[in-house]
Design a protein around this ligand. Structure first.
Ligand code: CAA
Length: 282
């Protein structure tokens, strides 16, 4: 694999582009909005600078990494030569289905199409393409250049060859891939989101305040971030969307999103991205 197309230049997309480029791959970063692409390049440069400051990357490697990333606003141009496409668009089913239909038309026949979805069914996404065996989940964690895990999700039709190729590729990015099957929330979010939801319910019921809840989990369980801070970091809208997938997929009331989370998202308090969530970032 040489050319990797990354669709979506938000937090996850720019982290994925950064990581592939750092490890020597040619990256075509695709977004409908040229301003978003320029912002993503600035973010990647800023994050590469952190690595240069920590002396885990040289200035030359930083420049070479940046030079490997090309930006595109046209889907066809971006994917037509790609060996792998990683979709990292907004977590909306209709949008993902539209993207997968298009990519399936424009990408070469050998190309694997992966989704970085945090909870949408890979099997459902694969079903709108004519290459179900070459569709897979490649779920990176935020911040992508730092976190070691890639959750590799096998859809119902994903082949052994596709899975092996994506596992091998993840290792080349210095990540630790873990293979899981396609059921709601996969493994990461099936376990993480009930914890975050319970932390929000603990706040909602007045058991403790925001910083008390986070401190208990940080100091008591050695989590790098408390669950409420982590929810802000992930995005409260994303947490809500994932909980809805778990709730719908399993039909179990234990996954019902806490009413406080629902209200906060409706009020536009989405965490770091909106300037306010459980904490204030203004
Ligand atoms: N790019 C490159 N390097 C970065 C970076 C980025 N975007 N963000 C942070 N770093 C580096 C820093 O330079 C620093 O490097 P050193 O270890 O070499 O010093 C290191 O990462 C730690 O960063 P900081 O010192 O700034 O801050 P910190 O110690 O508080 O760590 C954190 C920040 C790594 C984000 C840490 O708080 C953490 O691990 N938090 C939990 C993250 C997590 O759980 N992610 C998963 C979220 S769930 C998800 O993504 C999937 C989903 O489906 C919802």
């Amino acid at each position: 694999m040489k050319i990797i197309a990354v669709i979506g230049s938000g937090t996850m997309g720019n982290g994925i582009a950064h990581t592939f480029a750092q490890f020597g791959y040619q990256v075509n970063l695709i977004d409908i909005n040229v301003e978003a692409l320029q912002k993503a390049l600035k973010t990647i440069e800023k994050n590469l600078d952190r690595q240069v400051q920590k002396e885990t990357l040289s200035e030359t490697e930083k420049q070479e990494t940046l030079a490997r990333i090309n930006i595109f606003t046209d889907m066809k141009e971006g994917v037509v030569q790609a060996d792998l496409v990683v979709e990292a668009a907004t977590e909306q089913l209709d949008l993902k289905l539209k993207i997968f239909r298009e990519v399936d038309i424009f990408a070469p026949p050998h190309t694997i199409i992966a989704s970085n979805t945090s909870s949408i069914s890979i099997t459902q996404i694969a079903a709108v393409t004519n290459r179900g065996s070459q569709v897979i989940g490649m779920h990176f964690m935020n911040p992508v250049p730092v976190m070691q895990l890639v959750e590799v999700i096998r859809g119902y039709a994903t082949s052994d060859e596709t899975t092996a190729a994506v596992m091998e590729l993840s290792v080349k990015l210095a990540k630790k891939p873990v293979e899981v099957n396609d059921y709601p929330g996969f493994v990461a979010n099936r376990i993480l989101m009930p914890m975050i939801n319970e932390a929000i319910a603990t706040l909602y019921e007045g058991v403790a305040g925001v910083s008390e809840i986070d401190t208990v989990m940080k100091l008591g369980m050695a989590h790098p971030m408390g669950p409420l801070q982590l929810a802000d970091f992930i995005g409260l809208d994303v947490c809500l969307a994932i909980l809805k997938v778990l709730h719908d997929g399993f039909g179990n009331p234990k996954y019902a999103p806490c009413p406080l989370l629902v209200n906060m998202v409706m009020a536009g308090k989405k965490g770091i991205k909106s300037g306010e969530g459980f904490y204030n970032y203004a």
